[in-house]
Ligand binder design. Structure first.
Ligand code: SF4
Length: 229
């Protein structure tokens, strides 16, 4: 049975806010609705949340659920990566849509960097990520999708996530099964795990859902389970 990605990867919103302005941004709506910060276009850092990393029970954490890594101030990154180094029991994921503006490197093996690619014309972000972010692991998120992405250079990529637009936005884009299969087949040909997000269930059907995780994430979940016993 397919699972919800939030049961496998938890959000830790250390930074809230993003100036990119995607029309489909759910984070902006939530931040405004709950008045989390004054201006979503001006990211703010919440270092008091770093203490969540001290939890010895391992977690897979997404650190950019309400921000884009490209707009994290260098001193925020330093503080977060120092804390990550003290807490190697977790895996940490950072996503961006502006990899070409980043200059970053890390020696931490539990850091995962991903770009979001929503259309064929954005594929260049994958190469830009590899050129501008060094160290850790690379992933690609295809969510939402506005067209058939076509052939992708997945060299060096260790995980792909595929989804569709959620919510009730007028003109909302719905991923097509053939777009999803195109990416899945290319990744599988290279042995790269693929995760179809739960929102694809009505589009793909339960029997067609592929929900694979990198080994490092699976190990975290296995260890989590032993803590619950
Ligand atoms: S990049 Fe992400 S956080 Fe920023 S506006 Fe787009 S969807 Fe929202």
């Amino acid at each position: 049975m397919s699972v919800c990605i939030k049961d496998l990867i938890q959000n830790m919103n250390l930074v809230i806010g993003c100036p990119i302005g995607c029309s489909y941004c759910y984070a902006r709506n939530n931040v405004r609705r709950f008045h989390m910060i004054d201006d979503f276009e001006k990211p703010e850092f919440f270092p008091n949340k770093l203490r969540l990393m001290d939890n010895q029970r391992p977690h897979n954490f997404l650190l950019t659920g309400m921000s884009d890594f490209a707009f994290w101030e260098p001193e925020w990154r330093d503080e977060v990566f120092d804390k990550m180094a003290q807490n190697p029991q977790h895996q940490y994921i950072f996503l961006t849509k502006r990899p070409e503006t980043i200059s970053f490197s890390t020696s931490l093996d539990n850091a995962w960097f991903g770009v979001t690619v929503t259309s064929r014309k954005e594929k260049g972000r994958i190469q830009a990520m590899k050129e501008h972010i060094h160290g850790g692991h690379y992933q690609v998120s295809f969510e939402p999708m506005f067209d058939e992405i076509g052939e992708v250079d997945f060299s060096g990529i260790e995980w792909i996530v595929i989804g569709t637009e959620t919510g009730r936005r007028k003109g909302k884009s719905v991923s097509k099964p053939e777009w999803v299969w195109n990416l899945t087949d290319q990744a599988h040909a290279l042995g790269i795990p693929v995760f179809m997000k739960e929102d694809l269930l009505p589009i793909m059907g339960e029997a067609q859902m592929v929900q694979e995780l990198p080994l490092a994430f699976r190990r975290v979940l296995e260890e989590q389970a032993t803590w619950q016993k």
